[in-house]
Ligand binder design. Structure first.
Ligand SMILES: Cc1ncc(COP(=O)(O)O)c(C=O)c1O
Length: 366
């Protein structure tokens, strides 16, 4: 089916012949050796991901949502506990807290669209056990301030790094700032599987062992059940393809950052562009601009055949399930009316990104 868009937001087909051949060869290898469940590629991927981040362990999971749930359970979160999360994230962040029986407490966000450390004190109570910063859009949250607060109040920090594989702050990669970190590798992510996948990073062996138990129905040695858990294992076929994608990651990263640099230069006079601080290396999972004229701009770009998204138009605290908590997140309420994600994926051609920039500039100049 051909896309009706002149510039689509995302294209999940594999255009690059070399990449497609490598992915197919990886699938072929798994089909031939037949160790489909927790096969050698699964183990290789976990080892590579742990090494890549300089952490002791990576535990593969069925999705980013599973990774969050398993990490929260392994951290001992449960009924009666409160967990601070930012107002702006994909709903999986809050849901994973709720699924443990704990209660998410919604913190306001800063201009970087991440959890605002200045709002942490308001959110904390005697029941608070953990903070979950989300590195939204592929920019790492202010981890120095968040970790200082967590240390002062003896809180666990579990990063939701789903959108930030490859991002760095002060040279440290996303996923190395908290007790544990969770990643999604769903097909939309920058490091993407060809289906659902996720992983968790941690350093403590006991924590890792509990994750491994929890991710397969709470069983030890796959037979003896010591606590209830889901089946949250990572698929070996996905692991095999992710190994290919991991080797090619630097190419994606370069292209995403080049597109972002182009947009920065052309769009900064017209809209608020994502600000990359000198100590940051952002990964641009999304390229999110902000403007007071967002709705009119969105209509104009749609009319021009340019597919854009608002991520996520309903803040987590305002979702019907969480609305009864009556959370107050005034800055997030303002910001969410202004944000717009424009196409910025690595498959776009130079001509396409020029079309996007020209259309935005034309909107503001007429
Ligand atoms: C910030 C964040 N957390 C969690 C998730 C959930 O990941 P998954 O879709 O792999 O379950 C996502 C995915 O969109 C996400 O962006």
């Amino acid at each position: 089916m051909t896309t009706p868009w002149k510039v689509s937001f995302l294209d999940l087909s594999v255009h690059d012949d070399e990449e497609r051949a490598e992915l197919l060869a990886a699938v072929e290898r798994v089909l031939r050796h037949g160790r489909i469940v927790l096969g050698p590629e699964h183990h290789q991927l976990e080892t590579r991901l742990a090494q890549h981040h300089g952490r002791a362990y990576a535990v593969g999971c069925g999705s980013g949502s599973q990774a969050l749930f398993l990490a929260f359970r392994a951290a001992g979160l449960g009924p009666g506990d409160e967990v601070i999360v930012p107002a702006l994230s994909y709903i999986a962040t809050a849901n994973a807290v709720s699924l443990t029986g704990a209660t998410p407490v919604f913190c306001d966000i800063g201009d970087d669209l991440n959890l605002d450390p200045k709002d942490l004190a308001r959110c904390r109570t005697e029941k608070t056990k953990a903070v979950v910063p989300v590195h939204f859009t592929g920019k790492i949250a202010d981890m120095a301030a968040i970790n200082a607060f967590a240390l002062e109040h003896d809180l666990r920090v579990i990063e939701d790094a789903s959108q930030a594989f490859g991002a760095k702050r002060n040279g440290k990669p996303a996923g190395t700032f908290g007790h544990a970190a969770c990643f999604s590798m769903n097909p939309m992510k920058v490091l993407a599987a060809c289906g659902e996948a996720g992983f968790i990073l941690c350093d403590e062996e006991v924590f890792k062992e509990r994750l491994v138990t929890l991710r397969y129905n709470g069983t030890v040695n796959r037979e003896t059940c010591v606590e209830p858990g889901p089946n949250g294992r990572l698929d070996t076929l996905q692991a095999a393809m992710l190994l290919v994608r991991l080797d090619r990651f630097h190419l994606l990263e370069q292209r995403r950052r080049a597109i972002a640099a182009y947009y920065h230069e052309r769009l900064a006079p017209y809209v608020r562009v994502p600000r990359e601080d000198p100590d940051c290396h952002d990964i641009y999972y999304t390229y999110t601009i902000q403007t007071d004229r967002r709705d009119a701009l969105l209509a104009h770009l749609t009319e021009q055949g340019i597919e854009c998204k608002i991520q996520h138009p309903i803040l987590m605290p305002h979702q019907p399930y969480y609305a009864p908590l009556n959370s107050s997140v005034p800055h997030a309420d303002q910001v969410i009316k202004k944000v717009l994600c424009i196409p910025a994926n690595e498959k776009l051609t130079d001509a396409q990104i020029e079309v996007v920039a020209d259309a935005i500039i034309a909107f503001f100049e007429t």
